[in-house]
Design a protein around this ligand. Structure first.
Ligand SMILES: Cc1cc2nc3c(=O)[nH]c(=O)nc-3n(C[C@H](O)[C@H](O)[C@H](O)COP(=O)(O)O)c2cc1C
Length: 332
């Protein structure tokens, strides 16, 4: 069992990555149904939370059925981070996670996200400010370092543990890599073997199949894995990996009916949570992902992304189901 404060996770848990504009409550609900052991909110700006910005506040929405769930914050100012951790505490997530990995310019420029990879003292001060302001367990998600010449995850991990961080997730890329090149998990393996470190260390980056998950679990031996992009439009990845790790066999791939049900639920829950109009519009970018590789889906997708009326959308889903009723999806 893996413990983070009072949170108890199964051995080698699979975590859903925090993803802006993706890991909202409707998507998290699907991932939970399909085996995610712990999940995180999208990152929330500490300054936005303090300003009471509507968009930031909405990201604080969590539901009991998704527990354990963490809320992720980012920022470059100690006071703002401490205050926002208190705001987060009020909605009672299971933990607060700090983002020190976001490579996006608008975040890095403010000395937040991966920006602090260049200034470990600041990173430690920001973390300490959060740890001291909340009773919740504090975890961190970060990258290997700023660039290849400045990989500093060894020092970062020790110093974060020393100020009270209770788990660390490392995306095995540098800031300079953004999302390109390959993720190098050997660095995470090294810190996991560091006898000074006792907190759980989770690996992240490029896990996109049961085989890869098994290979990485055996090769790098970490405490668990976090999965991001591979879950977008494919929440089944969690149970598929778990089943393969446990039995060495593949689960049958989701059928067309499974995919339609997931996409329809995603749409319905999005409308419920975001409001009808926004729910419909923001769901449009997800259809491609749910039906990747489905022969002839383009025309159906076109209908889904141009329809504004929820009842008509449900009708289109029924028609698509009927169209594909004899369609068989091969194991990839
Ligand atoms: C659309 C998108 C949004 C993301 N937003 C966040 C975020 O809010 N916080 C964060 O820590 N990482 C964020 N990330 C990074 C992911 O959490 C993860 O570290 C990265 O995608 C690598 O994992 P993967 O290869 O499994 O996708 C985001 C990634 C994507 C693709």
């Amino acid at each position: 069992m893996i413990k983070i404060g009072k949170i108890e996770l199964p051995n080698h848990p699979l975590l859903l990555a925090p993803m802006e504009d993706v890991s909202d409550p409707p998507f998290r609900r699907l991932c939970k149904m399909h085996g995610a052991d712990m999940m995180y909110s999208e990152f929330i700006s500490s300054e936005g939370l303090i300003r009471d910005a509507m968009k930031s506040k909405m990201k604080l929405d969590i539901f009991d059925y998704e527990r354990p769930v963490g809320i992720q914050i980012f920022g470059g100012d100690e006071e703002a981070m401490a205050l926002s951790a208190k705001i987060v505490e009020a909605v009672q997530p299971d933990l607060v996670d700090i983002n020190f990995g976001c490579p996006v310019k608008k975040v890095v420029c403010k000395g937040a996200g991966a920006g602090v990879l260049k200034d470990i003292d600041l990173m430690v001060r920001l973390t300490k400010a959060v740890v001291n302001s909340t009773h919740l367990p504090v975890t961190v998600k970060t990258r290997l370092g700023w660039d290849d010449e400045s990989i500093n995850i060894d020092e970062v991990a020790e110093r974060l543990q020393d100020v009270g961080v209770q788990a660390l997730t490392v995306h095995a890329r540098t800031r300079a890599q953004m999302y390109k090149g390959h993720s190098d998990w050997t660095h995470i393996e090294r810190i996991h073997k560091n006898p000074r470190l006792s907190i759980p260390i989770f690996g992240n980056g490029d896990i996109d199949s049961p085989q890869k998950a098994k290979e990485y679990k055996e090769r790098f031996g970490l405490d668990g894995m976090m999965i991001g992009r591979a879950a977008i439009g494919y929440p089944w990845i969690f149970n598929e990996i778990k089943h393969y790790l446990a039995t060495g066999e593949f689960l049958a791939p989701p059928t067309m009916a499974d995919r339609l049900e997931a996409a329809k639920n995603h749409l319905i829950w999005s409308m419920e949570w975001k409001g009808e109009r926004l729910g419909i519009v923001e769901m449009r970018r997800h259809y491609t992902n749910y039906f990747k590789g489905i022969h002839g889906f383009k025309a159906h997708r076109q209908r889904l992304v141009t329809e504004d009326d929820p009842l008509n959308l449900m009708r289109i889903f029924d028609e698509i189901e009927d169209f594909y009723k004899d369609y068989v999806i091969e194991q990839l």
